[in-house]
Ligand binder design. Structure first.
Ligand SMILES: Cc1cc2nc3c(=O)[nH]c(=O)nc-3n(C[C@H](O)[C@H](O)[C@H](O)COP(=O)(O)OP(=O)(O)OC[C@H]3O[C@@H](n4cnc5c(N)ncnc54)[C@H](O)[C@@H]3O)c2cc1C
Length: 431
């Protein structure tokens, strides 16, 4: 069997690549290891940054988005790639909305750390599983083979295993690696990101680092393997994501002694390790009724509430003292961690609290790709017929957790997925 465009992985990246290849008139086959496509995409909040789009209200531009991404990663990502991804972001979201019926809208009411303006887009349900539902729906008519775990890739073909243990193979003219990163592979996490080796992994278990392994065998350059998206706010023991909007809009994090330990406004990704370093590997998000109401607009937070994670007036030693200090920082005092408390309303009783831990969400390092999502070798030359995007490719966050600007994950999944599908198709003879 020979198929012009083969895509491995049916998350946001793989399905977007397949849609782009189909739009370009190519025959495409998607191979997915799970019985039902979900990936980390379905576990995510489903928020995708893009600029400019017609859904946005204020002024925004690909240039402003580029500078936000680069400021967060301290200029440590490939500037040309970041520029290409930012420029293609608005058109990608509008294409998914207009051509493929994904009902994107602007996420309003708060900014994630590092975003200059509101540019997060989500489907009305505000969940990654709903986003996946729309993408799968849009992909009807594309050959999607589930329960097909790819076990081997070479220059010409891919081999995959079926649930009964049988092996099949397919030849390709162009191959898109969209099978994400290595967060589900404990040995690889230990090797490349030891600081989160013991942390909860909150992404898709099937993401085993296959793309990196196959790519390396085919001569691909690999970069930023220590980069990742962490999170410092997963309700424990319920394991439910607690929106960071609670922090950006005025909440604080304290440890079991009721003491702050960091600047919560740097970002949720870099907060993973400081939270893990607190007694018991846990912290408390502390906020008030105003923020509780904001939280209730997020499906995850409502789940946390239903699961009993949200506590009224949590009893923690020295919490009152900490809250008094925060009030002083808001009225002119200097926070030793450098956070500016003057911009948001101060917290008022009754207080709310959720016990949280730090988690690894997904890895950011991977195959080096160029602006056309072509996988490059160590001399910077494209490897024939090989494309990658999303978690399979080296992202735009640099080599540290702190370089992850909220949304970099789905941004590179959707935008590089679209570019990969289009470039892969263009590399073949038009049908
Ligand atoms: C809790 C959580 C919240 C998040 N929230 C956001 C957010 O709001 N915004 C944002 O931008 N990012 C977010 N992210 C990150 C985002 O989910 C990922 O960056 C994105 O989903 C990656 O997309 P992908 O298509 O590359 O990978 P995935 O969606 O993980 O898809 C990869 C697919 O490949 C399949 N696969 C793997 N190996 C094989 C194989 N050998 N053979 C066949 N198939 C294979 C997997 O089964 C999977 O279906 C979040 C992540 C988590 C965990």
């Amino acid at each position: 069997m020979k198929i012009p465009v083969v895509v491995i992985g049916a998350g946001a990246c793989g399905l977007t690549a397949a849609l782009a290849a189909k739009d370009a008139g190519q025959e495409v086959l998607v191979l997915e290891r799970d019985a039902t496509p979900s990936g980390s995409t379905a576990l995510s909040s489903g928020f995708v940054p893009a600029a400019p789009t017609r859904f946005q209200r204020g002024d925004d531009s690909a240039e402003l988005m580029f500078s936000d991404v680069q400021r967060k990663n301290h200029g440590q990502a490939d500037a040309k790639l970041v520029q290409a991804v930012c420029r293609a972001s608005g058109p990608a979201i509008e294409w998914l909305a207009d051509t493929h019926g994904v009902p994107f809208q602007l996420v309003e009411g708060f900014l994630y750390p590092g975003h200059s303006v509101e540019r997060m887009h989500s489907v009305p349900e505000k969940t990654g599983s709903a986003l996946m539902g729309y993408l799968v729906n849009a992909s009807k008519g594309i050959d999607l083979l589930t329960s097909a775990r790819v076990s081997h890739v070479d220059e010409k073909s891919v081999q995959f295993e079926r649930p009964d243990g049988s092996e099949e193979s397919v030849e390709y003219d162009a191959l898109v690696l969209a099978c994400s990163g290595f967060g589900g592979n404990a040995a690889m996490v230990r090797e490349h990101i030891p600081e989160v080796a013991g942390a909860l992994y909150f992404g898709h278990a099937g993401n085993q680092g296959d793309a990196v392994r196959w790519g390396a065998k085919l001569g691909a350059a690999i970069r930023d393997m220590s980069g990742y998206q962490g999170h410092g706010s997963v309700a424990t023991p319920q394991n439910i994501l607690v929106t960071w909007a609670l922090m950006t809009e005025g909440g604080i994090q304290v440890n079991a002694d009721g003491q702050r330990f960091s600047n919560e406004h740097l970002g949720y990704s870099e907060q993973c390790v400081p939270v893990l370093q607190q007694p018991g590997g846990a912290a408390w998000c502390i906020y008030d009724e105003r923020l509780h109401q904001l939280g209730m607009t997020f499906p995850d937070y409502r789940d946390a509430q239903d699961a009993g994670a949200v506590k009224m007036n949590p009893s923690l030693p020295r919490l009152e003292e900490t809250l008094e200090k925060v009030r002083q920082y808001a009225s002119g005092g200097q926070d030793p961690f450098g956070r500016d408390f003057s911009k948001k309303p101060t917290l008022v009783p009754p207080y709310y609290g959720i016990k949280v831990t730090g988690a690894l969400f997904h890895t950011q390092g991977g195959l080096v790709v160029d602006e056309q999502a072509r996988v490059l070798d160590s001399s910077g030359k494209p490897i024939p017929k090989l494309f990658a995007g999303g978690g399979a490719a080296c992202g735009i966050s640099g080599p540290h957790a702190g370089g992850y600007l909220s949304g970099n994950g789905l941004l590179t999944a959707i935008v590089l997925g679209r570019i990969a599908g289009a470039t892969a198709s263009a590399s073949l003879y038009p049908r």
